[in-house]
Ligand binder design. Sequence first.
Ligand SMILES: NC(=O)c1ccc[n+]([C@@H]2O[C@H](COP(=O)([O-])OP(=O)(O)OC[C@H]3O[C@@H](n4cnc5c(N)ncnc54)[C@H](O)[C@@H]3O)[C@@H](O)[C@H]2O)c1
Length: 405
Amino acid sequence: MRIAVLGGDGFVGWPTSLHLSNLGHEVHIVDNLSRRWIDTELGVQSLTPMDSIQERCRIWHQETGNRIQFHLLNLATEYDRLKGWLLDVKPDAVIHFAEQRAAPYSMKTDRHKVYTVNNNVNATHNLLAALVETGIDAHLIHLGTMGVYGYSSVGAPIPEGYLDVEIDTPTGKKGQQILYPTKPGSVYHMTKSLDQILFQFYAQNDGLRITDLHQGIVWGTHTDQTRRHEQLINRFDYDGDYGTVLNRFLIQAAIGYPLTVHGTGGQTRAFIHVQDSVRCVELALGDAPKAGERVKIFNQMTETHRVRDLAELVAKLTGAKVANLPNPRKEAPENDLIVNNEQFLSLGLKPITLAEGLLAEVVDVAKKYAHRIDRSRVPAVSAWTKDIARVVEHDPEGKRLRSVS
Ligand SMILES: NC(=O)c1ccc[n+]([C@@H]2O[C@H](COP(=O)([O-])OP(=O)(O)OC[C@H]3O[C@@H](n4cnc5c(N)ncnc54)[C@H](O)[C@@H]3O)[C@@H](O)[C@H]2O)c1
C-alpha cells in the first residue's frame, strides 16, 4: 500500500513509519516539524539524540534499502498545498498523527490554547475536506486519545466508541447508538473530542472510510525497527509539558530526582507500549470500514494503572523516592478506569506488559542518556487554572530552600 503518515517525525509517527516501511509499504511522511520548534520554544530536547528527519530517512534507506519520502507541509495552514500533495501521491491510506498532543502545553497560556485549537482542528478538517475534494478514497486512521472521556468513575467499562441508549418518545422507548459522551479535561483533549464530530460528519455525508484509535498513554522508546541503528532512535520527551507520566518516572529514577506524583496519585490511566501502538496501526489498516459505514473506533490501550502504583513500582525497581506534589491539573483526585479493548485483542494483538519492559527502559534508555537531562525542566508547572497556578510546586527537589539556608 502507499501510506501517508502525517506527523511522521513524532514520537509515535516515526516508529509507525518504520514499522510500515519494514512490512513493505511505500511510506510518505508529512510533517511541519512544529514539534521540534516547540522543543526550541520550551528550551528542552528529547532525552535521546534525534537526527534530522532527512538524516533518519537516509539511514533507514542505508539499513534496509527501503525509501521513506519526507514532505515539509503544515496541514493546518497550507490547504492548497495539501490538496496538491494528495493528488500527486494518491495514498491508499492516511495515518493522521499531526496534532499538538500535550495537555499541559495546551493549558500553558491563552496563546497556547488558541494555537492548539487552530492547529489540531484545522489540520483534521483540512485533511477531510481535501480527501472529499480530490476524490481520493484513502482509509483515514486517526490517533485520538482515551482522555476524551475524562476520568470519572462510572463503574462500567468504556465501550469502543459507541453507547447503546434508550430515548423516551411519545410511542415508547427507542434504542439508539450514540458516540460515547466525551468530557475532555484540557484544551488538547477538547480538540480530540471535536475531531470525533468532524469524522462522524464526513463518514456519513461523504462516505469517507475512517478509523479513530482512542489511544492510552504511550510508554517505552524502542521498537524492533528503531533498534536497528543508533540514528534511528525514537524521541523521548521527559519535560513537564511533553513527558508522559511513566517515561517521566523512569528518567526521574535514573537521575536521582524524586518521582513527582501529583496529589494522592489516585488517578488511573490507560497505557500502551510504543511497540504495541505501531502494531495496532497495522491491525487497523487491515480492518478498514467500508464507504458509508460509521466511523470505526478502537480503544488502543493494553492495561490500566493507578499513578501511585506506577511510582511505587518504579521506586521498588530503582530505589527512587516518591514526592507527592500539588496537582497542577483540575481533575478528580481518584478515579477508576475500566476499558473494553476486545477489538484489537480479537485481531491478534499480544500486549507487552509493563512488568516485562520496564527495567530494560530504565537501563537502556533513561540511564544511558541521563547526562542529557536538564533537571530544571523536569517539574510539571503548567497549571489548569489561575488559582491552581498559585500552589504549583516549581522546586520538587527543594534546591532553592537549601541555597537560602
Ligand atoms: N504520545 C502519547 O502518549 C499519545 C497518547 C494518545 C494519543 N496520542 C496521539 O498520537 C498522535 C501522535 O502523538 P506523538 O506522541 O507522536 O506526538 P508528537 O508531538 O511527538 O508528534 C506529532 C507530530 O505531528 C507534527 N505536526 C503537528 N502539527 C502539525 C501540522 N499542522 N502539520 C504537519 N505536522 C504537524 C509534529 O511536528 C510532530 O512531529 C497525536 O495526535 C496524539 O494526540 C499520543
